[in-house]
Design a binder for this molecule. Structure first.
Ligand code: SF4
Length: 369
């Protein structure tokens, strides 16, 4: 029988034969471990369909992991796509994809949540399902399979891959994540279609199985399925605290630094920009909450670089105040601030001078914006 012990044995025998073995061991500082012996949790694997060091840089996954694990009935773990040498090793040894935290096979969980950030990851999604031993199409799954959920910006145009998902969640996760997980938890053991029917009543949830194509339109097959699905919009960014316990990756991740999201949405409406449209409207986090969160993040992680995340960070209406307050706090501790994305014409020499007081970090310009 494939269980956590079986997978641990496989890892101890094979880890040193693959590149970057630390990608697969879990146990990182700040990762969440819950006692599975004494509680019947809703078991979730959140996944970014790419390798560990890419997935661990994804801020959306960090938000979901933090929100879900703060719910007392949920245990959320992570799973990423193994590198090709590990895929080969797993297939040779008949090992299914497993979670990093408890080494549980993904097919044994209640939910698999996959972040869709770009269309090029679609083939990885299929590989992830195949390695997890979950049928690729929602219609081929039975009551015992995990409910496979997609979220993220690509879900706004998800039809090319919609049949791979039982549930597609549109919009900001903070709004209806808890409601959705509670329905899944409370309907454990029920017929899959009945559960999906209940989920379809939640705002922002699209159940592809309940729809069909008519010409260029997607229309409901059943009366109970809503004909229009509106995305969830978190009206006030300050109403949900940002994650301040970032998991410290074992392998250097693509963006290896602390991150606090300072605003969501963008003041500009560049016609070519997907993010500029799907994250509308602009919502800012207050300067005080940003400063407090940065302090907590530093004390929980020890990072010496903090990134102020936004689609265009220097467009935040309080950016000078935020940078001033942070530099006051961080300068003597040699902790620097970086601005991950900004428009050229929003560039502000005063801010550039202030953030370079510790060391030269970075301002990333988006010249096309
Ligand atoms: S400024 Fe950048 S993020 Fe904003 S809409 Fe334009 S390209 Fe998109």
């Amino acid at each position: 029988m494939v269980d956590s012990n079986y997978i641990l044995r496989f890892l101890s025998e094979n880890l040193m034969k693959v590149s970057k073995p630390a990608r697969y061991i879990g146990g990182e500082y700040n990762s969440v471990v819950k006692d599975l012996a004494n509680k019947d949790y809703l078991r979730i694997a959140f996944s970014f369909p790419d390798v560990y060091e890419v997935g661990m840089s994804h801020y959306g996954l960090e938000i979901l992991y933090w929100l879900a694990n703060n719910l007392d009935f949920v245990y959320a773990e992570r799973v990423f796509l193994p590198w090709v040498d590990m895929v080969e090793m797993m297939e040779k040894n008949d090992i299914p994809l497993f979670t990093l935290e408890s080494k549980t096979p993904v097919y044994k969980l209640d939910v698999l949540g996959i972040s869709l950030e770009y269309e090029l990851s679609y083939t990885n999604v299929l590989k992830l399902l195949e390695l997890s031993r979950i049928p690729l199409r929602a219609r081929e799954r039975n009551d015992n399979h995990p409910i496979v959920i997609a979220g993220g910006p690509v879900t706004y145009n998800c039809e090319p891959i919609a049949e791979a998902f039982d549930v597609i969640y549109l919009g900001d996760g903070e709004v209806n994540l808890e409601k959705m997980l509670r329905v899944i938890y409370e309907t454990k053991g029920m017929n899959r279609e009945e559960r999906l029917k209940l989920l379809s009543k939640i705002e922002g949830i699209y159940i592809p199985l309940f729809y069909e194509q008519e010409g260029r339109k997607i229309i409901p097959k059943y009366d109970f399925a809503p004909s229009k699905i509106r995305r969830n919009i978190l009206k006030d960014l300050n109403s949900v605290k940002p994650p301040v316990k970032k998991i410290l990756p074992h392998v250097e991740s693509v963006h290896d630094r602390g991150v606090i999201e300072i605003s969501r949405g963008c003041t500009r409406g560049c016609r070519f920009c997907h993010a500029g449209y799907v994250y509308r409207p602009v919502r800012e986090r207050d300067a005080d909450q940003i400063v407090e969160s940065v302090k907590e993040l530093i004390s929980n992680t020890g990072y010496d670089e903090i990134s102020l995340l936004s689609l265009s960070s220097l467009d935040h209406s309080q950016i000078e105040k935020i940078v001033d307050k942070l530099m006051e706090e961080l300068k003597d501790k040699k902790i620097s601030i970086s601005i991950p994305s900004t428009r050229m014409d929003a560039f502000n020499i005063k801010i550039a001078e202030r953030i370079s007081q510790v060391r030269k970090t970075g301002l990333t310009f988006a010249p096309e914006a």
